[in-house]
Design a protein around this ligand. Structure first.
Ligand SMILES: Nc1nc2c(ncn2[C@@H]2O[C@H](COP(=O)(O)OP(=O)(O)OP(=O)(O)O)[C@@H](O)[C@H]2O)c(=O)[nH]1
Ligand SMILES: [Mg+2]
Length: 223
């Protein structure tokens, strides 16, 4: 049996300013999952999300107050309706919006390879999140954005791949069972953007299935 799913969202980045309708035919239920994107200002949280959801690059910078995006993806044989919470950039003093974080099941922690303070901020943001949510085992991916800038520059001072993956190793549960994933991206050149969201989705799925790998299709998933 085929069911049509109609999804509507208000999209501030749609140039026509129209409500967008996403229509999808499926013979499967869709699992709802909420993901929050966090990190310092100007690192590309909105641009990454718009690239993933709407497949274009936002050149201009409009600081975010808070945005909600929705995208349906197929992943490992299931349909997922992803609600992506795009947050206002944080600093060491900012408070996270507790109400908006309700229901969040996965985290994208984003820094820019050309902005060392944004890199150094991530453990602070993670600790705030852990305090706020009262748990340290949330599936998480650390995203190093703007690698196109590093690739095209001759000067040093950019955050390296090695530094990024070492940072990701330090983010996760205190018992060491849940470590953050790590991926380098360019929202501008569309490098690894989809992979970033799929990495966190895979981690969410593994946690729900209680597996350390990505097998286990026969087990139950929370709808
Ligand atoms: N070169 C380059 N520029 C990027 C990339 N991603 C984002 N930008 C630019 O960086 C600027 C900031 O991007 P945003 O996505 O608005 O940053 P943000 O993290 O959402 O910022 P806040 O909403 O203030 O927290 C914009 O001018 C983007 O065009 C990238 O991969 N490469
Ligand atoms: Mg933003």
């Amino acid at each position: 049996m085929y069911i049509n799913i109609y999804m509507y969202k208000h999209d501030p980045y749609n140039k026509k300013g129209l409500t967008q309708a996403i229509i999808m035919s499926t013979n499967q239920p869709s699992f709802q999952r909420k993901i929050a994107v966090l990190g310092a200002r100007n690192v590309g949280k909105t641009t990454l999300t718009v690239r993933f959801v709407e497949e274009h690059f936002v050149e201009s910078y409009y600081p975010t107050i808070e945005n909600d995006f929705t995208k349906i993806v197929q992943f490992k044989g299931n349909n997922y309706t992803l609600e992506i919470l795009d947050t206002a950039g944080q600093d060491e003093f900012s408070l996270l919006n507790a109400k908006s974080l309700i229901g969040v099941k996965g985290i994208v922690l984003c820094y820019s390879v050309s902005n060392r303070p944004s890199f150094e901020l991530l453990p602070v943001v993670w600790d705030k999140l852990v305090d706020q949510l009262g748990r340290d085992d949330l599936p998480c991916v650390v995203v190093a954005n703007k690698i196109d800038v590093r690739d095209s520059a001759s000067s040093s001072g950019f955050i390296t791949d090695k530094e990024g993956s070492e940072l990701a190793q330090r983010i996760g549960s205190s018992d060491g069972k849940h470590r953050a994933g790590f991926i380098e991206c360019s929202a501008k050149q569309d490098v690894n953007v989809e992979e970033a969201y799929r990495t966190v989705l895979d981690k969410m799925r593994q946690q729900e299935l209680g597996t350390g790998d990505s097998s286990g299709d026969s087990k139950c998933l929370v709808m």
